[in-house]
Design a protein around this ligand. Structure first.
Ligand code: PLP
Length: 381
């Protein structure tokens, strides 16, 4: 059961604002904005006098992230700048051979395409497979061959909102010696996510979407057995075994995933994200996932009643996430840009993606706001 009075306190959004853009950048809960205000005040009054406590907060965050994805150990978690950085760490860290290939979808956000395309210089091909079929997982599996080194996919596609069966893909990859890499930014914080159950080798997600945190701080999971196989390209004081022992001339790369964090941590982001995750913990990921999918289903049913609209999102419940995208039946790019502008002007915060309009509510979004957005949509087309 969700405590609705808690949600009213944590999400004091303007009465007229209808925020349906969690797949882009989410509003912070009240507790995260308070954590940032307190941290700012502490910095201006006493600077980093209590740095030890900040390090403790960083340790707490690492444990919160570990729990959120059920990683075996905090040593498997690196805290990086963003999803793109983590994907680049993987793509640039693999020891490629000419003729290798990477299997992905043809709907990926550029963050999960550019790092792989950048490996073309080493003779690596990126296979971009259409997943707009009844059996998207099979399409990805069939595209793999003896030279496939990595399958790198988004758990949920940012445009269409398609949620892939990660367990099935991960099992196939593990059985066939293919590395399984998941851009999980559109899942973590909205859905339960278990790196062990889905046989993930790498998973990454920035905080600013479903985790309700700030931009510029991201989770990177690397399976322990693979840590040594990724060649490092960034070096600094923080990624060594004896970090902080600045007089030491010799240095060894940290055994843990801290090896991917070259310099000073993002302490401001750490305080904010730790607070945001404490809310997700309090509400519980079971409750959150149920609310996210139920809200998307209810939105889909109501959109179906509006004439001249066509859904672009796969409406099968197990393929559904927090993203619902639709288009005007006979609309072109300009018509959708126009509709998006009208919605934004009337305080319906949403996105123009995948050739249509993307709505993404979160677990706390009141049904009354979704109904209001649909009223505004109906009167705008
Ligand atoms: C699927 C996906 N991956 C990555 C990103 C961006 O990641 P970051 O800014 O953390 O690098 C986005 C942002 O919209 C996204 O939707």
């Amino acid at each position: 059961m969700i405590n609705h009075s808690l949600l009213e306190i944590e999400f004091p959004q303007h009465e007229n604002l209808i925020y349906l853009n969690h797949a882009a950048v989410s509003p912070w809960p009240l507790r995260s904005s308070l954590a940032v205000r307190l941290f700012a005040e502490e910095n201006s009054l006493i600077g980093a006098k209590n740095y030890r406590q900040w390090i403790e907060k960083e340790g707490l965050l690492r444990e919160q992230l570990r729990t959120l994805i059920n990683a075996p150990s905090v040593d498997d978690i690196a805290i990086l700048k963003n999803t793109s950085e983590a994907l680049s760490v993987v793509a640039c860290g693999i020891d490629w051979k000419p003729g290798d290939n990477v299997v992905s979808t043809d709907e990926e956000f550029p963050s999960n395409r550019f790092p792989w395309e950048a490996q073309q210089q080493y003779g690596v091909a990126l296979k971009q497979i259409s997943v707009q079929t009844n059996a998207p997982e099979e399409a990805l599996i069939e595209a793999c061959d003896k030279r496939t080194r990595v399958m790198s996919i988004s758990s949920v596609q940012y445009g269409s909102g398609l949620r892939l069966n990660l367990e099935k893909l991960g099992r196939f990859c593990r059985d066939n010696g293919i590395l399984f890499c998941i851009d999980a930014i559109q899942s973590i914080g909205a859905h339960k996510f278990d790196v062990q159950a889905i046989h993930a080798d790498f998973a990454m997600a920035d905080a600013h979407k479903w985790m309700l945190g700030p931009e510029g701080i991201a989770l990177f999971y690397c399976r322990a057995e693979l840590r040594d196989q990724l060649k490092l390209h960034q070096f600094g004081w923080h990624m060594v075994e004896h970090a902080g022992d600045y007089d030491r001339k010799a240095w060894e790369i940290a055994n843990s995933a801290k090896r991917f964090e070259c310099g000073s941590p993002n302490m401001l982001g750490t305080h904010a994200l730790s607070a945001s995750l404490s809310l997700l913990e309090e509400v519980g990921m079971d409750n959150i996932e149920k609310e996210v999918v139920d809200k998307s289903l209810s939105l889909i049913n109501k959109l179906k009643l509006i004439e001249n609209l066509e859904l672009l999102t796969n409406t099968t419940p197990e393929k559904l996430a927090g993203i619902v995208t639709f288009k005007l039946k006979h609309g072109d790019h300009g018509d959708h840009a126009d509709l998006h502008r009208k919605l934004m002007n009337r305080q319906v915060i949403c996105a123009h993606r995948f050739g249509g309009i993307r709505f993404s509510s979160h677990f706390y979004t009141p049904e009354s706001k979704i109904n209001k957005a649909l009223e505004i949509l109906s009167s705008s087309i």
